[in-house]
Design a protein around this ligand. Structure first.
Ligand SMILES: Nc1nc2c(ncn2[C@@H]2O[C@H](COP(=O)(O)OP(=O)(O)O)[C@@H](O)[C@H]2O)c(=O)[nH]1
Ligand SMILES: [Mg+2]
Length: 358
């Protein structure tokens, strides 16, 4: 999965990017680096590794992309380039960073601090971009369908008509209910207002107490939306992320934050996207796999390898907490906690699986 950090200039995206890299223990590349793959930190996987002592531990991974490309034009207004929009389209999910911190040395492109205004600004640009794309596509569908009524054109026509009616009300596509068939028809298209988006508010110590009222203000402005908002302190948390863990922990406690920005942001994305992990364990490797909530044992096996899906027989399963209670596979078996499940079993977060296949 690729998460794009987007937002106006000087909102703290690059500082946040470096903070996330530090927390994920990613090697520091060149200072102009804007894209990297990080390991998803996972306490449970670390625990399993300490028990099985495998040759290697393989965390789930995630790509983080510090999407630059917004510029201020000669007229002093922020310019949205197609290069920027294309980069955003390539992301699977977005963290829209807005600025609440005050810093006279760092100009805001609009000269004043107003996170809600900034959120609406970019959201509106994204909506315009979607509108234009829908209009173009619809025009082309209508023209082409006169020449040849292909199945694809006939499928797309009603869906794009529905999309156009919706965006003309100035609503983001994520608020439009689409059934499975409609989603399938649109799966090849990248709509900006359909991207799973989290709002990240970058605060400083002085604006710390404003979080609650800010969150309320933003939520009130998007009635009917389920907005996910993650507050963070880019500058402060960047400094912490380069300290030894224990030392950082003391500062964090004083400041009233419990987890790293990386953990908070990832947790919010996992929640929003309905993601969860299962584990495979052994002497060779202990590994975390990312799946969607509700996936069956057979579908989860397919994430490991398509052969495991096709030749699936059964899954040996133990829940993470159960495993920790007993401490080893042998003891789990003794206690009857090590179960055999069929292909329809719905995998739970933290399940340890061993797939039996032909
Ligand atoms: N005081 C303060 N300054 C910050 C904070 N976050 C970023 N900055 C400063 O703002 C400037 C722009 O940050 P940067 O991450 O490059 O912004 P970007 O354009 O969104 O990538 C840098 O000089 C940062 O040091 C913050 O939380 N507090
Ligand atoms: Mg930057």
């Amino acid at each position: 999965m690729q998460i794009g950090l987007i937002g106006l200039q000087n909102t703290g995206k690059s500082v946040l990017f470096k903070t996330l890299l530090n927390s994920a223990g990613a090697p520091q590349g060149k200072s102009d680096q804007t894209r990297t793959v990080v390991k998803v930190p996972d306490q449970r996987l670390n625990k399993l590794t300490s028990i099985f002592n495998p040759k290697k531990q393989i965390n789930a991974t995630l790509e983080i992309d510090d999407v630059a490309g917004l510029q201020v034009g000669d007229d002093g207004k922020v310019k949205i380039t197609s290069d920027f929009l294309n980069k955003v389209k390539n992301c699977d999910a977005l963290l829209h960073v807005v600025r609440q911190f005050e810093n006279d040395a760092v100009p805001h492109p609009e000269n004043t601090i107003d996170p809600l205004r900034d959120i609406i600004f970019l959201e509106t640009e994204f909506l315009f971009s979607d509108m234009a794309m829908i209009e173009n596509r619809l025009e082309k569908i209508k023209k082409d369908i006169l020449k040849s009524k292909t199945e694809q054109l006939q499928r797309e026509l009603p869906v794009f008509t529905k999309l156009q009616e919706h965006v003309n009300k100035e609503l983001p596509i994520r608020l439009l209910h689409l059934d499975e068939n409609e989603k399938k028809t649109l799966s090849g298209y990248q709509f900006l207002t359909l991207k799973p988006t989290i709002i990240g508010i970058n605060l400083d110590e002085n604006s710390k107490d404003k979080v609650e009222s800010l969150v309320r203000q933003i939520e009130d402005n998007f009635p009917g939306h389920k907005v996910t908002i993650v507050p963070f302190f880019a500058q402060f948390e960047f400094e912490l992320s380069s300290l030894p863990e224990e030392e950082a922990g003391v500062f964090m406690q004083d400041f009233g934050i419990t987890d790293s920005a990386l953990d908070r942001i990832l947790g919010s994305f996992y929640n929003m996207l309905g993601l969860q992990s299962f584990f495979t364990v052994g002497e060779d490797e202990c590994r975390a796999w990312t799946i969607t909530k509700g996936m069956t044992a057979q579908e989860s096996a397919g994430v490991i390898h398509s052969d495991f899906y096709n030749k699936f027989i059964r899954a040996e399963v133990v829940g993470y907490d159960d495993f920790m209670t007993h401490g080893s596979i042998a003891k789990c078996k003794e206690a009857g906690a090590w179960r055999l499940e069929g292909k329809e079993y719905i995998v739970k977060d933290g399940d340890i699986l061993n797939i039996r296949h032909n």
